[in-house]
Design a binder for this molecule. Structure first.
Ligand code: ATP
Ligand code: MG
Length: 433
């Protein structure tokens, strides 16, 4: 026997037994975005490496050490997307979607970062992502946050909290950056290696350090909010007033910065205390300069991304139950001559009821074996077609989970009978996914 091939480090399979939570998340995601009038956008998983270098910033964890980058046979420099915003901004520009000046979109899919794998931190993970372009005022900031709040609420999650902050404009940030550089330079002996490197590259990123030894120094650092320009302050206060008006609880976290360089003004994060150190489940902010930085017409933007693995972990932790999709019918086929009539019967039922889930017994087996399989499938009813039934043009219907005498039904009336028994609707209505 040849050696089995292991999965790569930090990637995971979603097994059929785990799919219910994922489908719940995907279904609610679609529903919530539709309810805010956002359209789905699908962009490539591979992009030119340059795109991420130019947008995310050189002194970020992602660009410094987490990107899966390679040169392909045609010698293109390619990177597996580590996040969705850069690709969406690229796509919005390359497809000329900003001609109307405004756009609200979302996407969902896999992202890739070469980080140290641990619970809640993978090398291939998935994000739900929201982006809006062309909105200057804080009303979109509020809408984006409300949307994420509603999504978390409809998912049924408890114990998540919202932190907000403002990073100001590039100009006010430059003022703050100088203050911060002075502060950290004065305490250079207490900085860890990463922070020393960031001190010259991007001192704001020191605030995002996860090193526990750095936290005291960070806590005493000057506050960004004190360096805010008047307009950014007004923008931030208006956002906070809207959040209060909509009844969304939040905390202003003066040292909240984001791991990516492109953010301006509003930044926010949803965190939970239930996932250990991988506590952020959703994060985002405004990126007013990014579209221009990537060659588009200067257009403000804002977005957020939610880590789907962390959400699923929370759903599992909170023991939320999701309805499993089971077949409703299991077709038992015994006898030599039942293969083709069995297929025809199954297709007839599927034609009649697009929402019906029916599993056919494949590969034969005794009556007893097939009934065991029918039971295990979770189906409500077994339909039984043997040579005798086929010859007489009938099907036996046997309830597997309720009291009901076994009955026989003529093939031409079986669709109607099944529709009644299962309460199916013409044209199909069952919620898929
Ligand atoms: P962290 O501080 O946890 O590294 P980040 O700032 O790098 O997060 P973002 O780039 O803002 O994360 O991504 C948004 C969300 O995507 C995160 O809040 C998290 O829920 C999820 N996420 C990020 N990286 C990973 C990963 N490697 N594995 C699983 N989920 C992730
Ligand atoms: Mg990270």
């Amino acid at each position: 026997m040849s050696k089995i091939i292991e999965p790569l480090r930090g990637v995971h399979d979603v097994l059929p037994a785990q799919i219910a939570a994922w489908q719940h998340l995907e279904r609610i995601t679609r529903q919530v975005f539709a309810s805010y009038g956002y359209e789905e956008f699908r962009v490539p998983v591979i992009e030119q490496t340059q795109l991420f270098k130019r947008s995310i910033g050189d002194f970020t964890d992602i660009v410094e050490k987490e990107m899966f980058s390679f040169v392909d046979q045609g010698e293109d420099h390619i990177t597996l997307r580590p996040e969705a915003t850069a690709g969406i901004v690229r796509a919005v520009i390359s497809n000329g979607l900003l001609r109307d000046g405004r756009l609200r979109v979302w996407c969902m899919g896999p992202m890739f970062r070469r980080e140290r794998p641990q619970a809640g931190r993978y090398r291939q993970f998935h994000q739900v992502d929201a982006e809006a372009f062309g909105f200057e005022g804080p009303d979109i900031d509020a809408e984006m946050i409300l949307l994420s709040a509603r999504l978390l609420k409809l998912l049924g999650l408890r114990g998540v909290s919202l932190k907000v902050n403002s990073l100001g404009t590039p100009a006010s940030r430059a003022v703050y950056r100088d203050k911060l550089t002075a502060y950290f330079t004065a305490h250079a002996e207490s900085l860890d290696e990463d922070s020393k490197r960031r001190l010259t590259g991007n001192p704001l990123r020191i605030l995002d350090s996860k090193n526990p030894d750095m936290q005291r120094l960070i806590a005493a650092a000057p506050l960004l909010i004190e360096s805010l320009d008047a307009e950014s302050r007004e923008h931030f206060e208006s956002l906070c007033a809207q959040l209060r008006g909509a009844g969304v609880e939040y905390h202003v976290e003066p040292h909240l910065v984001r791991g990516l360089d492109y953010y301006t003004r509003t930044v926010f994060e949803w965190t939970t205390d239930q996932l250990g150190s991988q506590s952020t489940v959703c994060a985002g902010g405004r990126y007013d300069g990014l579209v221009a930085q990537l060659g588009g017409v200067d257009t403000p933007g804002i977005g957020w991304a939610m880590g789907q693995e962390r959400i699923v972990m929370l759903l599992e932790k909170q023991n939320l139950e999701f309805s499993k999709r089971r077949p409703q019918l299991y077709l038992v086929l015994v006898g030599e001559q039942t293969g083709i009539p069995g297929l025809q019967l199954a297709e007839q039922l599927r034609d009649a009821w697009p929402d019906l889930s029916l599993q056919i017994n494949l590969g034969g087996g005794s009556f007893k074996t097939q009934f065991k399989r029918a039971d295990k499938s979770g189906a409500e009813f077994a339909l039984v077609l043997g040579d005798d039934e086929a010859a007489r043009g009938v099907v036996a219907v046997k309830a597997l989970r309720r009291e009901m005498a076994q009955e026989e039904c003529p093939v031409e009336r079986i669709s109607e009978r099944i529709g009644n028994l299962l309460g199916l609707k013409k044209g199909g209505e069952r919620n898929h996914g």
